[in-house]
Write a protein that binds this ligand. Structure first.
Ligand code: 5AD
Ligand code: SF4
Length: 467
């Protein structure tokens, strides 16, 4: 074979494959909003002929959708980029192209710096501009290295395509839907106001349209997402001011939708209308993620949380009065600058008082650019580690107690996916637990009545009461 025929053959293969055969691999780090963003980016790229793949080896484009919340999360990205650089080099030796993109919160925070530290990267796109990703990739194909981390003036959601029915169906019976982004609270430990920008609420019609499309594609449970989801506000049909509670009532009217959830909330934004929705809307699941971060008033003040420990506890009591079976989940940070042993004891006391069904706890991680990073009295790592261990032991104990308290209960279970054994499915309880039960694959998407019979480390077992 001459060089010319080899070239022609290569060109021919490219033409036959056309733009339709390109594959994209997306690795998602961080929170549920990033999971949602990855889905929307994948849909935007589908328009340009990119098919998603789970196998990085066959990908023409690798995207890292990144998280910047703690130092470890950001460092993970740079080590992944090191491995990708080697892969790209090896591919180049084989005459195969590969493009690398960094999206999400590290992209927003580091921008150009990523291009300097990771020369193999072709595009860097922030969370507010991912609707421009296809265009950035076209420019990168022409040899440019593109950084786009501006806060776009146009509404990215107006420019992003919604997936086809068949595609939604493949993704399962539960889905995320971002209704609010960004944060104006400025907790002194947190990078989110800098990476995701100030609070923006999506309009009602856009949210309803997306929810209806999801339900049309077989989705039974929707989780509304926002960094401060309960700060969402919008306009009702008569021009009246709506809060998240009103939006939940509106979404509950969608025929075929069975369950609603929302996350993550700030204690300051739990208004009466939302608590009222917990009281009256059976399809709003009795599970609330309401981070408190710390139990000491001094530390809460230094964190700029703008509430006290007893205000938080009183709020939980009001919510429990409205919906007695509600499970509370939380986030905690240990070792915030200036935290003493006595402050930490206050956190333990608050945990004892609230009793959490589920919780996430972290060692304070200094984030450059946040007010917390400037504070004196940073807590030594070993002290943070000791406190974290103690707190996690208590939270784990409460989590187990909650799971044990479920044994014997009859509950509604949303059947989600194949289980561990043939003939079994995994469903989701109202309290977000995974439950194994004997059921047929054709029942995925159904809600059945089951009795909880036992627990293991991360899931529950149940028997069918009625289909
Ligand atoms: N260090 C440790 N944990 C943090 N979180 C946010 N910022 C930091 C930080 N700088 C935790 C909070 C928040 C969760 C998403 O991550 O608990 O609620
Ligand atoms: Fe991480 Fe926050 Fe960005 Fe989510 S919004 S990916 S938690 S930094």
């Amino acid at each position: 074979m001459t060089q010319d025929t080899a070239l022609l053959q290569a060109q021919d293969t490219n033409i036959r494959k056309g733009s339709n055969s390109r594959k994209v691999f997306i690795k998602t780090y961080g929170c549920q909003m990033n999971v949602y963003d990855s889905v929307r980016m994948s849909d935007a790229l589908a328009k340009d002929g990119y098919e998603p793949t789970e196998d990085m080896e066959e990908a023409d484009l690798v995207l890292l959708n990144t998280c910047h919340i703690r130092e470890k999360a950001a460092e993970k990205v740079y080590s992944a980029l090191g491995r990708l650089r080697d892969m790209k080099k090896q591919r180049a030796g084989e005459g195969r192209d590969m493009m690398i993109g960094v999206t999400g919160c590290v992209a927003q925070a580091e921008g150009e710096e990523i291009l300097r530290r990771a020369p193999a990267v072709d595009v860097v796109i922030g969370p507010q501009t991912y609707h421009r990703l296809p265009e950035a990739l076209r420019r990168a194909k022409g040899g440019e290295r593109v950084v786009d981390t501006e806060y776009a003036i146009e509404d990215k959601f107006e420019h992003l395509p919604l997936a086809e029915k068949a595609k939604i169906r493949k993704r399962g019976v539960t889905a995320f839907l971002t209704v609010q982004e960004g944060c104006d609270k400025f907790c002194t430990f947190c990078v989110v106001p800098y990476t995701r920008g100030s609070e923006v609420s999506r309009p009602v019609h856009q949210i309803v349209e997306e929810a209806e499309k999801l339900v049309d594609g077989g989705v039974r449970e929707i989780t509304l997402l926002g960094q401060n989801v309960n700060a969402w506000h919008g306009e009702g049909p008569r021009g009246e001011e709506w809060s998240l509670g009103d939006l939940l009532y509106r979404l509950a009217e969608i025929p075929g939708l069975a369950r609603l959830r929302y996350t993550t909330s700030h204690p300051r934004d739990m208004d009466d209308r939302l608590i009222d929705a917990h009281r009256n809307l059976r399809m709003l699941m009795p599970y609330l993620h309401l981070p408190v971060q710390a139990g000491s008033n001094r530390i809460l003040k230094a964190m700029n949380r703008r509430h006290t420990a007893s205000e938080y506890v009183a709020l939980i009591e009001r919510i429990r009065a409205a919906r007695p079976d509600i499970a509370i989940s939380g986030d905690f940070i240990v070792g915030f600058p200036g935290e003493t042993d006595a402050d930490f004891e206050d956190t333990l006391r608050l945990v004892e008082e609230v009793r959490y069904a589920q919780a996430f706890s972290f060692k304070y991680s200094t984030r450059p650019g946040t007010p917390g990073a400037e504070l004196k009295d940073q807590v030594p790592e070993e002290v943070k580690a000791r406190r974290l261990e103690k707190l996690q032991a208590l939270l784990l104990k409460q989590q187990q107690e909650f799971a044990e308290s479920c044994v014997g209960k009859v509950i509604d279970l949303l059947l989600e996916k194949p289980g561990r054994m043939p003939g079994q499915l995994i469903g989701r309880s109202p309290w977000l637990q995974s439950v194994n039960v004997d059921a047929k694959a054709s029942q995925i998407g159904d809600i059945i009545r089951v009795r909880i019979t036992g627990i293991s480390t991360n899931s529950l077992f149940a028997e069918v009461v009625s289909n």
